[in-house]
Each structure stands twice: as structure tokens, then as C-alpha cells.
Design a protein. Sequence first.
Length: 586
Amino acid sequence: MIAGTIDFTAGYLPRLTAFAGALGRAGPVEVLADLRLDEPEELAAAFGCAPDASPADIVAAAWLSRKEAALPLLRGDFALAIVDHRTGEVVLARDHVGIRPLYWYRHGRELRFSGDLADLVARCPEAPIDDVFFAAQLIRPFALLPAMNVRTLHVGLLKLPGGHVAVFGGRRETRVTRWMNWWNCPDVRFRKIDDYAEALRERLSHSIRRAVRTEGPIASHLSGGIDGTAVTILADKHLRLDGRKLDRAYTWFAGPSEDVPGGEDTWSLAKLVAQNLSVPLHEMPATFDSQFAMAAADPFGRPMHMLDYEMRVLAHASSHGVGVILSGWGGDEVVSTRRLAGWHDLLRCGRWYMAARLWRAGIRPRRSLKAALLGWGRHGVLGPFLPSLPMGDTIFLRALSLPFIHQDMVERVLVDDDYAPMRRVRAERGYRPTLISQLEDGHLARRCESWAMAAADYGITHRYPLLDRELLAFCLGLPPELPYIDGRPRALLRLALKTLVPHEIREGDKPRETNRVARLARADDLALDRLLEQARHTEAPSLDWIDSECIGRVLAHRGAGPVDRLIQRQAATVVLAARGWKNVLR
């Protein structure tokens, strides 16, 4: 991770003070970088660098030659702070998706930045808590909010979105623009379906080959689904070509036990793949400790997205010397198009002509046409308007009624477009607009940011081959009918992996996760009980938008329903978080 301060007070030229990161120079250009370049040799030769030049020096030479036009040439993931003494400008930049985090805070003539949010919060004590943003996340706990792509829970402490560049100083005002334009991806056209499958398999193999170019042990996530399985199998294949092998694999699932009986399809499939590869498989299901750590975490520190499982993985991997963990994260959104390939998506997006063509070709929905129309939860055509939605989907679309938040604050949140829920899959017409919306809504970056900050403490980095820029651009350029070639999700990916992935995973339906869900619910319930017990012995905050007496009644209530428990969790979060607020709230 990078961390540093830029001082604009010492005359016209900014002065960089680096606290963490790799420093590179090329003439009047300084670069502080947290990065991994996929093809450093090619870039070094293109910009006249020595063969043994560091990646940061290569980036500095590229910026010296091309300025912002150099960013699309950087294949890999990165967070950069660039000081260009020619113009007196300071530039912050992130990779195409946002795998490496980067936050910044402008205070007078000083610019502070860091890849670790907790580090930057500690260095910016004058930044007050954004109580409106905090209230919005309490009221809409499961929603993606537009404000989450840029803002944090501290006023003025901002996140640079993935694929963006921010320019400070010089003769111009601060500007933040997007350098990664997914709409410019070229169309991909072949004559046969098999040609598309072969091209996808080749690009997927290349992205995984680049991801395993590192020294030391490499581990992989193995969920039992097609995305994680493909990454694990191809990674082990490439490593064996170099005389190495995948060190170990991790799964969040576990087999049946005395306290949680019953089968688990996902666990058995992951075990099958690990046995075929002769790779040790470590089970990391949810536990009381992991869930309590998540529930009791400071909401104003590091983000904790999906870390209830991953913290156990990181601790175990670090103890065995693992330096890189591969993940199939991101496959659902673009590469395998799982979220796009249902019939309800065709009907919801108004693509009736495509549905009619598939029907005439003999391709039918796996479920009934009625089920395709209604869908499930928020993903169906009529799903958002049905009263019998699951709790999570209901809250996703509507605000959670929290009695301890004053109504004026609730209205302030509900009328602001920054706090309106972003639909995970928007009802936009067309294949490419829907996929691009999933790349840009911040959903992918949230997990990458959380995992990057947590993994840095263990000296581990996560790599996501399915978020490779070249692979994503290829998938965005495919013909819009390809995801529906057999009426089932992941059609093209299943065809591409026909000879690599076991038949049970490639052609089977989505595996059941009853065992994992049962373990998670049990651990989460016990953790919430402990959290509520702590909150009951803590004084409620005295804030103008919080009803302290009502919080006490909510915490004392012994409700057992899912909505009651969620309201109690939000109340406990407010009480425990307030212990560290002191007087910073305004």
C-alpha cells in the first residue's frame, strides 16, 4: 500500500513525503506506487528503461513520455501517486476496476493520501464524522449507494473510484476524471460458437498465467462453483509447467458435523477438485469469533466487506508462508455473465425479440415461463413489486424503519439521490450497458478494497484473474446473444471449459449452500447476542438525530424475528461506535 503527504506550501513545486510504497523516478517525475505490472519487460523496452528497472521506475518513465495516456498501457492492478515537477501537478490514479485502494484528504495546502483507510483516518483527526452518510448506511444496510463510490464516513476524506484519475495543484482546480472507458472495447466477432469458446478459454488461461507470475507459495479459493474451479485448475496447470504446484486451496464451506448435519453439495464439489489436483483443501466456515469480530468492528475504520470468512483464511495462509491468494471473484458480473443469462433478464430488459428468437430455436427456460416472469427477489420482472420478498431484498428496495433515528434525518437521507439504492443489475437495454453498470457500481471494488487492506497486515496479496482488463474487454465485445445460446446461465464459459472443469460442476445447477447458511446463521446469532450484551452496558450517544431512550428500549427488547434482530444490530452499532466518536460529530 502507498501512503504519503504532498506539501504545496513550499513554493510552486509540490514536495512529496512518502510513508509507504515503492518510489520511482524519471527526470522531473516522481512516482509512489503500489502495483503489479503484467508485462513489465515490454513496458520497460517501450519507454527506454533498463531491463532490471523497477515497476515504479517504469511507470515514471511512461508518465514522463505520455502523461495520462500512459495509464491504459499499464496492465495489472495499481494505486499511484505521481508528482510531475514540470507542471507542479500531483496525480492520483487507480487501476481499471479498483483492486488496489486509494483514499485522499485535502487540508489547506496539504494533500494526504493512503491505500489504508484506517491509516488516513488516523492522520486526519480534523476530519469530522459524516453523520448523514452513517445514518444512510443504517437505514439502507444492504444497498449500494452512489455516495459509497466516492465518500467515506468522514467529511472530506474521499475515495478515488477505480478507473479514475485525480489531478491536484498546478494552474487548474482539482479534477477527477475517468481514464478507463469500457464503452471503447472493440466488438468481437467470429463465425462459429466454438471459435468464441476457444478465444475465451485462451484469454482466461493467459490472465491466470499472468496472475501466477510470482515467487513463493500460491493458494486459491475453491468454492465448488465454475469460476473458482476454473481459476484453481488453470493456476495449478500453469504452475506445474514451471515445476511448481498450487500450495493449498481454501473453501468457506464445510462438510456435515454433529452440530450442523446435512449434506453440502458445494463442499463436496470443492473436495472433488482438490482431490483431483492433489492439493490440500482447508475448510474455513463461519465461526462465532469471526462473526463477532465483524459485528464489533469500528464502522469508521477499515471496510469489512466479506471479511468474516476471509480473516480466517488470511491468518492460516500467512502461517504457511503463502504470499498470493487467487480468487474467482468477479466472474458472475462479466466473464461468466451469470447475472445476465436468465430469461427473466431478457424480459426485464425488454428484449422480447431475443426471447422470441430463442424460443423459435427450441431453447426454453429451465424454469417455467411464469417463474421467468416473476423471477426471484429483486432479479425478476415483477419481483420488486411483490409483497412476499425475502427480508434482504425488501430492505434493498426500501428503507429499514429504525425508530431511534429522528424522522427529519430519515427524510434527509431518502430525498438525496446520493443515498438512493443502486440496482445491482440495472434495467438497461442491451448486453454491454448492463455489464458495464455492474463494473462501475462499486460492488466489485468494495470487496477488493476490504481484502487488500486486511491482507496487507499479513503480507499477502489477492489476485483476481477474472477481473483482468484484457479478459473483461473481450467479454464486453461479445455479441449480445451469446449468453443465451442454450437458455442457461454461463453458457459460453461452460463451453469454453468443457475439457477442463469436471462435468458435475460445469453442467450442474447452482449447488446448495444449506450447510454454510446454517453455520453462518448460528454463528451470527451468537455474535449478535454478545454484541447486544455489550451495547446494553454502554451509554447511548447524545446526538440531535438519535433518540437515546428509544435505543435503550430497542436493545432491551428480546425480539427473535429477522427484522427485529437487524434493527437491534443497527442500534448496537450506533452505541458501540459512539464510544470512539467523542466530539467529532457535528
